[in-house]
Design a protein around this ligand. Structure first.
Ligand SMILES: Cc1ncc(C[n+]2csc(CCOP(=O)(O)OP(=O)(O)O)c2C)c(N)n1
Ligand SMILES: [Mg+2]
Length: 597
């Protein structure tokens, strides 16, 4: 049999370095699925079967986030393609290179209101607007793949190829004829070195050298620039706050690292931003302006590899387009060492206080378990090289505040889309990419019920191939969509609406056991630490189900007057849990202001 377009597609993707495609089958892609089983020099990616196409897109996104490589996902026409969308938006909004490959009805039927015929070109026009193309005939295939891969990598975005099923089965055309109207593409992409002009570096240095209280804010664009960030912070006597996606830029045990920023952030990050006179933002598009200095209070310098992300969060005096590590390295010779270390010392004192406060908050009682204790005990035990994923929900608060990352660890979540659901699939993507590293998914019960439970089946299916079996899914079983419950209380001033917020219970640990994984259910504080030891020593992936207290408030670093008012209004208007909340919030606040802290 001569080679088909399906065969050619897989081989060309392998040429691009793609080793794994996350997907779900359907007759719309049978012409590609068949090609996975036909060997040709062993040079074809492997098909990883997930439970739902959205999960395939999350895993492709996780692959990109945890490797810096291209992630690829695949779905059948119509419903399969539609399912991909949310995961693709997650990748797009967090600037990850992901290629989506989708089937479509045969060319002869298109436009005929045929079964499963969806106008995918239009549907994907937004999420993959940099490049979405339908393969009209086999000769196109080579340049469609080359361009989809190259554009995804160069623009750090999502691209899509739609392939009608009869095209998949047609004979491949590896080299288009040398005639008018054909396109002759080649594979491969190398990241360029991107540096600002010398005069702009000098201007940036002028602003930074003039500051006496410099604050740095770093995001995922600085993930490869930790050393440079630390060196610049040292020279300038600056403190460093980290946006959520940049949590792994610097270890949390450095004394000048103030940790997360924003609603999920820390008090020292708040002080850093409110009291600084100069802001240096590197590789971040952290959106909440109320957590940044007030306009006019600080002079600003921003570094971003993407010119269109500059100057949108704070009116910066100097905007530098450049790679964060390269740009900081070029900036360093222009920087003068700040001899007055009082600002830096002030920040370090606050950071030390903050960590003691976190310790104390974790030890406060809960009914039955204070979720902070679960994160605190995990944090102490994190093995070297750990990779963490967090879902959206209250877990993101405790991930942001209570987990102390050390050098060499990685961590991510859905930063910009902030969608529920990526916790477990991100962990699976991480495990496939780094099968020798321990991986942790930190997930709420709502997200588990949305899709995490089903992806445990994927873990059970593939776990045998991971040499290091440490993959732990932490489930916060609080029987509540807790993050939103608190948002109702604190932001809208509404009491908890049990009709939308209460969740049914589910036996997460027992279910894991049924799948052949290990299940551990923890419902008292004394069990929390020993259960982590047990999870880390297990010979198979673990579901660690912690029965946690939904009334422990994920308090913002400072409660604003408005939020406090809204909270008391919720309590006055008959929140069903008012009494216990007042007790918990009071405890948390008292801890913050105890003398000597
Ligand atoms: C797809 C999606 N639906 C809804 C939301 C809104 N939302 C954000 S967090 C959250 C609650 C999550 O509940 P759970 O997973 O149980 O975590 P908890 O906050 O209770 O720890 C909801 C509903 C969202 N971000 N994404
Ligand atoms: Mg919950």
């Amino acid at each position: 049999m001569s080679e088909t377009v399906g065969d050619y597609l897989l081989e060309r993707l392998a040429t691009w370095g793609v080793r794994r495609i996350y997907g779900y089958p359907g007759d719309g892609i049978n012409g590609i699925l068949g090609a996975f089983t036909r060997s040709s020099n062993g040079q074809r990616p492997e098909f990883i079967q997930v439970r739902h196409e959205e999960m395939a897109a999350f895993m492709a996104c996780a692959h990109a986030k945890f490797t810096g490589e291209l992630g690829v996902c695949m779905a059948t026409s119509g419903p399969g393609a539609i399912h991909l969308l949310n995961g693709l938006y997650d990748a797009k909004l967090d600037h990850q290179p992901v290629v989506a490959i989708m089937g479509q009805q045969a060319r002869a039927g298109l436009g005929g209101n045929y079964q499963q015929e969806v106008d995918l070109d239009s549907l994907f026009k937004d999420v993959a607007h940099e490049y979405v193309q339908v393969a009209m005939e086999p000769t196109q295939m080579r340049h469609l793949i080359d361009r989809a891969c190259r554009i995804a990598l160069a623009e750090r975005t999502v691209t899509a190829i739609i392939i009608p099923n009869d095209v998949q089965e047609a004979e491949a055309v590896a080299t288009p004829p040398h005639v008018h109207g054909t396109v002759h593409s080649g594979p491969g992409y190398r990241r360029p070195r991107i540096l600002p002009a010398d005069e702009d570096l000098a201007r940036a240095a002028e602003v930074l050298n003039a500051g006496s209280k410099v604050a740095m804010l770093v995001g995922q664009g600085a993930l490869h620039a930790g050393e440079e960030v630390a060196q610049v912070a040292d020279l300038l006597g600056a403190g460093v706050a980290k946006a959520l996606l940049g949590k792994a830029v610097l270890p949390d045990d450095l004394p000048f690292v103030t940790g997360s920023i924003g609603l999920l952030g820390t008090r020292p990050s708040w002080t850093l931003m409110m009291e600084c006179d100069t802001l240096l933002m590197v590789g971040s598009s952290f959106p909440y302006s109320e957590f940044l200095p007030e306009e006019g209070n600080a002079r600003g310098v921003q570094i971003d590899i993407d010119g269109k992300m500059l100057g949108i969060r704070y009116p910066m005096e100097v905007n530098l387009v450049g790679d964060s590590a390269e740009t900081l390295r070029a900036l360093i010779p222009h920087l003068q060492r700040q001899e007055d270390r009082s600002w830096r010392e002030q920040i370090e004192t606050e950071v030390a206080h903050w960590w003691r406060l976190m310790e104390d908050r974790a030890q406060m009682p809960g009914d039955p378990i204070n979720p902070q204790l679960v994160f605190h005990e995990l944090s102490k035990r994190l093995p070297d090289g750990a990779i963490l994923s967090s879902d959206s929900g209250s877990s993101a608060n405790w991930f942001a505040r209570d987990i102390k990352l050390r050098a060499g660890m990685m961590a991510s979540l859905s930063g910009t889309l902030a969608t529920m659901g990526p916790g477990v699939p991100y962990a699976i993507g991480a495990k496939f990419a780094h099968p020798n590293r321990p991986v942790f998914a930190l997930v709420g019960d709502g997200a588990m019920q949305m899709n995490g439970i089903n992806e445990l089946i994927t873990i059970a299916k593939y776990r045998d191939r991971w040499p290091d079996q440490r993959l732990v899914v932490l489930v916060l079983n609080n029987r509540d969509l807790n993050q939103v419950t608190w948002e109702q209380r604190a932001m809208s001033g509404d009491p908890k609406f049990e009709g939308s917020q209460d969740l049914p219970d589910f036996p997460y640990a027992r279910y894991a056991e049924m799948l052949g994984l290990k299940g551990i259910r923890v419902d008292s504080p004394e069990q929390v630490g020993p259960a982590w030891d047990e999870a880390l020593a297990a010979d198979r992936p673990v579901v660690y189900e912690a029965v946690t207290d939904p009334e422990v408030p994920p308090l913002p670093p400072h409660i604003t007057v408005e939020q406090a008012k809204a909270l008391s209004s919720a309590l006055l208007h008959g929140d069903p849990h008012a009494g216990r909340i007042i007790k918990q919030s009071f405890r948390q606040k008292v801890e913050e202001f105890l003398p000597g802290r």
